[in-house]
Ligand binder design. Structure first.
Ligand code: M6R
Length: 611
């Protein structure tokens, strides 16, 4: 995730900006840059790569002496690959900005500004915001007003810090749907996207509210509302250590990342919804005409990404009636897969660097298939080599156990399935729009509701933490959920778990059930409810302890289970979203109860770059 720091004060700004960026490194980034005002000019130094490269570039530049005001940024690419030109800050000799978030209408702004003579030098959405602010500033000569006017035109999410050549001792900032904080110290004032950036200097901070403008200077900070009327703000004190602050106050990155899921879904879906509410693929080879001609889909991935693929298979087959296989990358790449003309191969990877998935992608390409990658890391190997890419904008995932990446992979697959079904005439435009609306607006709310059930999840974990074996059973989409729940739980709790299609237990595995073995039964489909409950009875009568997760509104007979989880209700097809959040929270609390290293489970790496 990108990071922002801004400083104005009596000290030399450059070391302070670099310190701030260093403290934001944990968020993950691929490039970095700073802008300061020096001798009546905005001076920018930026580069692809780590802070060491930026420091080196600063040493090599003719950037001498001390400056007292500036902005800095660590970029985690969203629009445009990691490169020197795409790094922040962006702007002109007059106005320069750094930005976190996504400007959804950047393409139309860009053509409008080019029409008025603006010259763009990057592929970023941010540059459209920068040149818009510059354009507005030239007309009104007032930085605050130009930011207010720009916010009327910008669609999407943003935290922006800006410097204006004509106002050398000040940094200006505004935000919408992306955090920004002002901090005050004896040595000057700060603007930052996150508390660690200034914690070395001060723990006194003020949160900027939606739509507000902040102006910092050597003497402190001023705040304005959208009418440019001054706003009084309350100062808070951060009692966090640096490590606590990096996790946003959460005990672990995994928990923080689970809590980021509502936002991550909006970030992934929002930019791909047209003004009239239809999902957009934005890839020529996936035009409606091409989608309508598809004969078969192969989804290839590893681990959690493969489990997202299983959910995708269910949804694609249900909505678009198109046969879809899901394959483990390490199997696919060595099995001489049968691919026909009209087949689409979708590879899914959070990191975009998983060796087996990369190998599978190369094989599919060598056999002439069109390949589409669903990837979280911009410019990663898989993203670069695939024919088309759908990026999931979840921000970096730091915990080894994948949580928010899984949720956004599902979101991308749902969008794809909806558009495909529409292109194939299986969904009307109204149905496609209604589903897209549910994905964009109702799912984040349902995830919030699931997050509110954390205490119940912690209680269940505590009760069953000493189990040696745990089973997950379900049918249809619930079975796909079970596979992921089982992987997550074994990965971080080190307890042996198995996931079974509920109807399959009696064909062998049920012999493992004995007194007190916990069986998590997922039953969120009305059509399959009775069938799953029959399977629950089969294991219960052999001594299993049942933890039943049912959709809110279903009756759960107390006789049939030891614990019940009512999952916040959304349309049946979308139930994987709230269900998976509850299962992730349960896995998290198992690991916590066992005293394991939640974020770094034994024997595992975040990115598996060996086959
Ligand atoms: O980066 P990728 O999505 O390609 O990684 C795939 C798997 O290695 C990954 O999902 C792994 O299973 C997770 N640690 C599970 O939480």
């Amino acid at each position: 995730m990108c990071g922002i720091i801004g400083y104005s004060g009596g000290e030399n700004a450059l070391p302070i900006l670099l310190d701030g960026l260093k403290a934001l490194e944990y968020r993950g980034y691929d490039s970095a840059g700073v802008a300061v005002i020096c001798k009546n000019a905005v001076r920018v130094v930026k580069t692809r790569g780590k802070l060491e490269s930026l420091t080196q570039k600063l040493k090599e530049s003719d950037f001498k002496g001390s400056v007292h005001c500036g902005i800095g940024h660590t970029r985690w690419a969203t629009h445009g690959e990691p490169s020197d030109l795409n790094s922040h800050p962006h702007g002109t000799g007059c106005v320069c900005i750094v930005h976190n978030g996504i400007i959804e209408n950047y393409a139309s702004l860009k053509s409008e500004l080019i029409g008025r003579g603006a010259v763009f030098s990057s592929d970023t959405d941010t540059e459209a915001a920068a040149l818009l602010i510059d354009d507005l500033y030239r007309k009104c000569g007032d930085p605050v007003l130009s930011l207010i006017k720009a916010s009327d035109r910008l669609v999407g999410s943003y935290a922006i810090a800006a410097v204006f050549r004509d106002f050398p001792g000040k940094v200006y900032a505004m935000r919408r749907d992306s955090p920004l904080i002002v901090a005050l110290s004896d040595k000057g004032s700060f603007i930052a996207s996150d508390i660690p950036a200034f914690l070395k200097y001060t723990n006194r901070y003020i949160r900027l509210d939606e739509g507000e403008i902040a102006v910092i200077s050597e003497n402190g900070a001023e705040f304005f509302d959208r009418e440019k009327a001054p706003v009084k703000k309350r100062c808070e004190t951060a009692a966090w250590t640096l490590e606590e602050a990096e996790k946003g106050g959460y005990a672990h990155f995994m928990l923080k990342e689970i809590h980021e899921e509502p936002y991550a879904v909006s970030q992934t879906v929002g930019p791909r919804v047209s003004d009239d509410g239809m999902p957009l693929m934005g890839i020529d080879e996936l035009s409606d005409e091409k989608l309508a001609g598809l004969q078969r889909i192969h989804i290839v991935a590893c681990g959690t990404a493969m489990h997202a693929g299983l959910v995708g298979k269910n949804v694609i087959e249900k909505l678009a009636a198109l046969p879809t296989d899901v394959e483990i990358s390490s199997e696919f790449r060595y099995k001489d897969p049968i691919l026909f003309e009209g087949d689409l191969v979708i590879v899914i990877s959070q990191s975009g660097e998983t060796a087996d998935t990369l190998g599978a992608l190369r094989l599919a390409k060598s056999k002439g298939a069109y390949t589409l990658a669903i990837v979280n890391v911009i410019g990663s190997s898989i993203a670069r080599e695939a024919d088309g890419v759908i990026y999931t904008y979840a921000g970096p995932e730091i915990a080894v156990a994948s949580t928010k990446a899984y949720t956004v992979q599902m979101s991308a697959l749902y969008m794809f399935a909806i558009r495909l079904a529409y292109a194939k005439g299986k969904l009307s435009q109204k149905e496609a729009k209604d589903m897209t609306h549910e994905l964009l607006y109702e799912i984040p709310k349902a995830i919030e509701k699931a997050l509110a059930l954390e205490e119940k999840c912690a209680h269940i974990a505590k009760k069953y933490v000493n189990s040696k074996d745990i089973f997950f059973i379900g049918r249809g989409l619930d079975y796909a959920m079970c596979l992921e729940a089982s992987l997550k739980l074994k990965e971080i709790s080190y307890i042996h778990c198995e996931a079974y299609a509920a109807g399959e237990m009696k064909h062998g595995t049920i012999s493992l059930i004995e007194d007190g073995v916990p069986v998590f039964a997922l039953a969120t489909s009305e059509r399959l409810l009775k069938k799953t409950l029959n399977n629950v009875l089969e294991v219960r009568s052999r001594g299993a302890s049942i933890i039943l997760a049912v959709r809110e509104g279903f009756e759960a007979d107390g006789e049939i289970c030891d614990d019940v989880l009512y999952v916040p209700a959304v349309s049946e097809l979308f139930m994987p979203f709230p269900v998976s959040v509850l299962l992730q929270l349960i896995a998290y609390h198992f690991s916590l109860c066992k005293g394991n290293d939640v974020d770094k489970p034994r024997n595992l790496a975040k990115s598996v770059t060996v086959e």
